[in-house]
Design a binder for this molecule. Structure first.
Ligand code: PXP
Length: 251
């Protein structure tokens, strides 16, 4: 294992989405988390949304107490969520923007205009022992502000790039890829640990893995979808392979 091996965080939110469609206890997202770790995930990510549309408080509590690998608690910077993070004490807390009506997290956290409002939540999470990360756009201003706010990690939003790739908008995809590469290098130059996530699949993860500044990818929806066809373990092993291939090619 080389020191620049990319970590894979598996997001299990959409196992809970399927469970909640029927209102019962199955499929159990915590079982999926254990399976993901057995299949090679380096950590588990779960997003406790304000409306509890997928992950619930009890899921987060079980994940925090049962997992053998780091838990990354994705959350909005609200008083309620900060209080829950203080209670569950996950390894990491990733602050994301959240709008009740959105289908999924759309765009990065507005850090430049909200620096003052973010300072206290970041301090409380740090005091709770969480490694704080900010989910932001790959632009200089939010990256510089994240560093100024003392967040040790930024997660760069890959959604716009992944959409452009999926829609075969070659020019936009190229521009977005360059924005991510430049943003990742800039963040690393400021001493930040650089993660990426949103919308990644085998092909986009393989390509992005060639950018050496990235340390971790967090991937959920594609893996849970792919699991329907090939099983969760095979999907995760395939993603591990794609990331390793991309990293080796980028060297
Ligand atoms: N990272 C962050 C901060 C996210 O909000 C999400 C979506 O919940 C992901 C990663 C994973 O995105 P996807 O489910 O599209 O792989």
């Amino acid at each position: 294992m080389t020191s620049n091996r990319l970590r894979l965080g598996v997001n299990i939110d959409h196992v809970a989405t399927v469970r909640n469609a029927r209102g019962g206890a199955l499929p159990d997202p915590v079982r999926a988390a254990h399976l993901a770790i057995a299949a090679g995930a380096d950590g588990i990510t779960a997003h406790l949304r304000e409306d509890r549309r997928h992950i619930r408080d009890t899921d987060m509590q079980r994940l925090a107490s049962e997992l053998s690998k780091p838990l990354n608690f994705e959350m909005a910077a609200t008083t309620e969520m900060i209080g829950l993070a203080e209670r569950f004490r996950p390894h990491a807390a990733c602050l994301v923007p959240e709008k009740r009506e959105e289908r999924t997290t759309e765009g990065g956290l507005e850090v430049v205009g909200q620096a003052e409002a973010l300072a206290a939540p970041i301090a409380r999470l740090r005091d709770a022992g969480c490694r704080v990360s900010l989910f932001i756009e790959a632009d200089e201003a939010p990256i510089a502000m994240a560093a100024k706010l003392g967040a040790p990690v930024v997660e760069l939003h890959t959604g716009t790039w992944c959409h452009a790739v999926a829609d075969s908008h070659a020019e936009k995809a190229q521009a977005e890829f360059e924005r991510l590469a430049k943003g990742a290098a800039f963040a690393a130059s400021l001493g930040l640990e650089v993660h990426a996530g949103h919308g990644l699949d085998y092909d986009t993860a393989r390509q992005l893995a060639g950018i050496p500044a990235f340390v971790e990818f967090n991937i959920g929806h594609f893996l849970v979808g792919e699991a329907i066809f090939v099983g969760f373990e095979t999907a995760i092993a395939g993603m591990r392979r794609a990331m390793d291939e991309g990293r080796a090619a980028g060297r």
